[in-house]
Design a binder for this molecule. Structure first.
Ligand SMILES: [Zn+2]
Ligand SMILES: [Zn+2]
Ligand SMILES: [Zn+2]
Ligand SMILES: [Zn+2]
Ligand SMILES: [Zn+2]
Ligand SMILES: [Zn+2]
Length: 458
């Protein structure tokens, strides 16, 4: 319970609560705050050792006749023993409308999950089990091979793979000698690798060692290895038509643009169509999307004059092409954190200005290319390397468009907005607000195309 301006705030938890405002608790236990509008006053912190799902505020009748017995929560006057649910961001003013003037109002803030609800599971593990058998260190950028499921550093295994290919021999697992058919980065083990090194810094390698290792690392997206081996040998005896189905990709059986796969060729699997293409370091045409590091085959086959195949999946160029060659006619789903109201507002603005969506995107793409906008929040990998000529997949393009439309909106003069839209106050949590996805009314009432001024996303 927290006493404030003659009010009692009962905090309701998931179970019956033992919530106390206890000064001996440390900061981690703070679950919510009242943030006064006047920054001279300290925040009122509410603590709990339980997960809080809602808050209830009621008034203890201290002096029944006086107006301190009233408060206004989000423009609703609360009297006597009334209760009202206050949410994150609710504005609380002592007294009812008018007589609260000059008194301190405040906002209610629920600490975000990162700040309060984030519970970490403690597990115990022996770092010996997280070591690469090639370099004998804790994995760095760990990759897993299949079917034996042993793990190595990306750099170590990449080097092993390169040497096996040089010798035109099968790729065998360095640990158990099983034939490797597949290798890919293991994101879950990667987080464990990071935790181990955080837990014991003495296990960390020097930055020079890491740089060398990273320079060897060639596995970005999953690689398919040794796939058509048996069929290549069979091919010598049987006609190519019969065995083509067993070949990994269209280039395994037929030469295109002076290249044909050989038995030790490593293949990449296209994220869009599931088809294979040879992994080739030396070709100019990109095989990975820079924004997400996933493999896409559209540009590769297009450059080799392969537009379709009867035996293998092949993408059209649409799935993977340069940003500048794409056109946008409809607002991507991701724009403004998927908030439909904000998307409508932006669409209306563009219409009001007599412009098209494509025209706005082209303008902001140029501004991005001229380094006029900060790329910190660009939701793509290698953000600093992206140019209008970069090949991206459709998802990454849509994310880029969302990023550009954010900049379009926040830099737009207010008079282009409709009066209803321009009069809205900014939500304190800005684009990071989670209430905008749950509470229709809140999404309508506050602007969410803005930077957070509260919370952990600042
Ligand atoms: Zn290693
Ligand atoms: Zn193995
Ligand atoms: Zn092939
Ligand atoms: Zn991508
Ligand atoms: Zn494809
Ligand atoms: Zn909000």
């Amino acid at each position: 319970m927290c006493r404030w301006a003659g009010l009692t705030i009962l905090m309701k938890g998931e179970t019956s609560s033992s919530i106390m405002s206890n000064p001996s608790l440390n900061n981690d236990d703070i679950r919510a705050k009242f943030v006064p509008s006047n920054s001279k006053y300290l925040d009122i912190e509410l603590t709990s050792n339980e997960t809080l799902i809602c808050y209830e505020i009621s008034i203890l009748s201290v002096r029944k006749s006086e107006c301190e017995n009233e408060i206004t929560v989000d423009e609703v006057v609360v009297r006597g023993e009334d209760t009202v649910v206050i949410r994150c961001g609710s504005e609380i003013i002592p007294g009812s409308e008018g007589d609260g003037k000059g008194l301190l109002s405040c906002r209610f803030k629920v600490m975000s999950a990162q700040e309060s609800l984030h519970k970490q599971l403690k597990i115990f593990l022996d770092p010996e089990h997280a070591k690469c058998c090639i370099c004998l260190n804790v994995w760095h950028d760990v990759v897993t091979v299949a079917p034996c499921l042993h793990n190595f550093c990306n750099g170590c295994f990449s080097e092993w793979l390169r040497r096996s290919q040089e010798k035109h021999s099968s790729v065998l697992c360095p640990q158990c000698r099983a034939v490797v058919q597949f290798v890919g980065r293991n994101h879950f083990l990667h987080s464990i690798e990071e935790d181990i090194l955080k837990g014991d810094v003495s296990l960390k390698r020097s930055s020079e060692e890491i740089a060398v290792l990273d320079s060897y690392a060639s596995i970005k997206s999953p690689l398919v290895i040794n796939i058509g081996k048996g069929s290549h040998r069979k091919r010598l005896r049987s006609p190519p038509e019969e065995s083509s189905l067993e070949l990994a990709c269209p280039q395994c059986g037929t030469e295109f643009a002076g290249y044909r796969c050989n038995p030790s060729t490593v293949h990449l699997q296209c994220h869009s169509c599931g088809g294979m293409m040879p992994s080739r370091m030396s070709v100019a045409v990109p095989q990975h999307c820079l924004g997400c590091d996933r493999a896409f085959c559209g540009a590769y086959w297009h450059a080799h004059g392969v537009t379709r195949s009867d035996s293998h999946p092949v993408c059209s160029t649409e799935t993977f092409k340069p940003i500048i060659e794409r056109t946008t006619t409809r607002m991507p789903f991701w724009v403004h954190e998927k908030n439909r109201h904000e998307q409508d507002i932006t669409e209306n603005c563009i219409r009001q200005m007599g412009r098209t969506l494509q025209d706005v995107i082209s303008e902001w793409l140029m501004k991005m290319n001229n380094r006029e906008i900060d790329r910190t929040r660009m939701p793509l990998n290698h953000a600093e390397m992206i140019t209008p000529q970069t090949h991206t997949c459709t998802d990454c393009y849509d994310k880029l468009v969302s990023f550009l439309l954010y900049w379009f909106r926040i830099t737009m003069p207010k008079h282009f907005l409709s009066p209803e839209a321009s009069q809205r106050e900014d939500c304190w949590y800005g684009y990071a607000c989670r209430t905008q996805h749950r509470d229709e009314e809140h999404a309508l009432k506050r602007n969410h195309v803005c930077r957070p001024t509260r919370g952990s996303h600042m």
